[in-house]
Design a protein around this ligand. Sequence first.
Ligand SMILES: Nc1ncnc2c1ncn2[C@@H]1O[C@H](COP(=O)(O)OP(=O)(O)OP(=O)(O)O)[C@@H](O)[C@H]1O
Ligand SMILES: [Mg+2]
Length: 258
Amino acid sequence: MTKILAVTNQKGGVGKTTTSVNLAASLAAAAQRVLLVDLDPQGNATMGSGVDKRSLPATVYQVLLGERTITEVRMRSTGGGYDLIPANRELAGAEVEMVEIDRREMRLKEALATVAGEYDFIFIDCPPALNLLTVNGLSAAHAVMIPMQCEYYALEGLSDLVQTIKRVRAHLNPGLEIEGLLRTMYDARNTLAQQVSAQLEEHFGDKVYRTVIPRNVRLAEAPSYGVPALKFDRNSKGAQAYLDLAGEILGRSVPAAA
Ligand SMILES: Nc1ncnc2c1ncn2[C@@H]1O[C@H](COP(=O)(O)OP(=O)(O)OP(=O)(O)O)[C@@H](O)[C@H]1O
Ligand SMILES: [Mg+2]
């Protein structure tokens, strides 16, 4: 059974792309077949996967417009050990150009259906907006993974996202669930972070992953080398945290070795 997860939070810079890339790599290291879809015109997941976004013959943009099939656009992240549907700034035009297109919220879902059976996990790295691209991600997904920083405004933003999820569920994707909330860039010495973290657990219970991703500079450095932290510095706290998260998702307490 393929699990399709949209990694979403309309708030920018909360760790969506870092989570998409490192979790994809960690699950691949545990012998899972993984596809990562970059659905953000920033192309950060593409670059972080070791693919140069500036020299791409085709991207997810052509897939959404129906000009290319997903297999024509699919690439391999050799450092990550997973497949990639890349994106670049071209995608910024999609919102406008898709207005004329039929079933425009379902384009990604329909495209992924053709390859879903080849994968155990498909991750969709969404842009920091609740726009048509994100709606495509939410329509295509079985569940939503929400990375968030434990700061004051985080909870406020969360209610907007939960509203959007409810709307998508009502109109486009009745089965959409919240897979989990992931605490990212966590600093255990910060009192506010501890309080927000406790509130999250109170409100969302076991929807909050037990694994917490610490603030770790190796996670920030790895993308400039086009590899996941796992390849850059396997023993770093950041790489280990994403391996733990992969283990948690696979329903084990100890993640599999690479
Ligand atoms: N756990 C972490 N420790 C240290 N730095 C991190 C961590 N997670 C992410 N970062 C850094 O924080 C910045 C934002 O992370 P990331 O790009 O993953 O967020 P995002 O939610 O995808 O952003 P955007 O909304 O722009 O797409 C990046 O520079 C990234 O390298
Ligand atoms: Mg991002």
